[in-house]
Design a protein around this ligand. Structure first.
Ligand code: HEC
Length: 104
């Protein structure tokens, strides 16, 4: 599991870590945002559209009607089809999965 995650998450984590600029390590919102809409627009909107209407990736406007938070979280972690896993992780993945699961 680690092996596969290193390439994807490694890069994502690096970017997150860099943009978070040190500070407290992995706690609260003191650098890396856990604001789901902001995370989505930074990491996901290029494929799913800023308004969830889709683009390269599918429309997610009603994703919560189809998938639970856990299912979405698993897609975020593991990827699906042409979408790579590990684009976001930890609290950010949780926050985005939670937010998307309310889209019905
Ligand atoms: C490189 C483009 C790309 C990026 C970036 C991307 N996705 Fe995707 N996403 C896709 C594609 C393509 C699919 C369809 C995969 C398939 O089922 O074949 C998909 C599928 C999904 C699905 C499942 C949709 C369904 O109806 O089954 C979810 C949920 C999702 N993406 C969430 C996200 C989230 C959250 C992010 C940001 C962390 C993200 N995606 C970033 C391309 C992308």
């Amino acid at each position: 599991m680690k092996k596969k995650l290193v390439s994807g998450i490694g890069i994502a984590a690096l970017i997150v870590a860099l943009s978070a600029c040190g500070g407290t390590n992995g706690s609260e919102t003191s650098g890396a945002t856990t604001e789901p809409e902001q995370i989505f627009s930074q990491r996901c909107a290029s494929c799913h559209g800023g308004d969830l209407s889709g683009g390269y990736g599918p429309n997610l406007e009603k994703i919560g009607a189809d998938k639970t938070k856990d299912e979405i979280l698993s897609i975020i972690h593991n990827g699906q089809g042409a979408m790579a896993g590990g684009l976001i992780k930890g609290e950010q993945a949780e926050a985005v999965a939670e937010w998307l699961s309310t889209k019905k």
